[in-house]
Design a protein around this ligand. Sequence first.
Ligand SMILES: *Cc1c(COP(=O)(O)O)cnc(C)c1O
Length: 394
Amino acid sequence: MESYLVDQEGYYGEFGGAYVPEILHKCVEDLQQAYLPIIGSADFQHEYRALLRDYVGRPSPLYRARRLSERYGTQIWLKREDLNHTGAHKINNTVGQILVARRMGKRRIIAETGAGQHGVATATVCALMDMECIVYMGETDVQRQHINVEKMKMLGATVVPVTSGNKTLKDATNEAIRDWCCHPADTFYIIGSTVGPHPYPDMVARLQSVISEEIKVQLLEQTGRDWPDYLMACVGGGSNAGGTIYHYIDDPRVKIVLAEAGGLGVDSGKTAATIALGQVGILHGARSYVIQSPDGQIEEPYSISAGLDYPGIGPMHANLAARGRARVIPVNDDEAVAAAYELTRLEGIIPALESAHALGALPKMQFRPEDIVVLTVSGRGDKDIETYLNYYKR
Ligand SMILES: *Cc1c(COP(=O)(O)O)cnc(C)c1O
């Protein structure tokens, strides 16, 4: 059977690869050669596992949500990435990548961020490891997400506002790549999702795969079997979903459901539903689905959730969708906000707006009472309280 994991050349079916400027070929190739031996080494595993346990707070609980289960007539288990240090799954990846960077002898860390969540997770591990940290962020996002900017500064990072283009994530990404081209020898680029040129999608998925590794153990302990009928997660670039499904990706007993951001509606022109709309193109160094205009310009995506507001999707998930392995459901702003209130009132858990999209897919599903559904709550809602409160005031 053909696997849904990455192949030797860095492709998932027709998606993936490494489309980078000439000057970065060597950097990307060095990383391609280095990442598997490093991640596989006993020394790395020892340090990484200890930090996940003592610094991040893993394993994150697998919580049986009884009232939510009753509402949907099935058994729903929540994988609580919201309880991690810094409030989301992103820290699993930045802890891992900074350990890779150190083992490659790099001293300078760069990153790009949209909502600021990946910037904060990167600045956090740079403080921990005493590494220089430069975060590129579109000027529009700097204004929209000023608390995260303050956090990054307090952590000791330099935040560089990017004023080109629309002054958002796509432009910050271009600027980060430009920086990497100028400092290829001493700089490590920490990418925050399963996107970018090979080996980033695979490296990030492996570093997040601790999520499904834990789900296996926890499900076996609590239900007597180590696999669910359904795995559900939201997708921006695809890292929390990638981690959630990693150890089940080639197991046909497990159905995969991904929620992407519908924004104001897939046909409204204000959406981030990449799979529903996307055409194949190259973005951020990889071949994948991309929201683009008829003449190939990347279009500005929209979602109420800053973390899902990305015009592409990781190549792993593009392939899962193209081959029918995953069902991808667009969830609109209003559906996500309603789902966040529902979880809050039923379980006393305020989810991140991103995670609320995964919850917003529940009413679109038909479950049997005996089904085991595992849904990843990728982050906590503290950063989104104002958006939640203002939503119904308008
Ligand atoms: C960044 C973020 C996401 C989206 O990123 P993925 O790589 O698709 O997981 C989802 N949830 C939260 C809480 C985030 O911060």
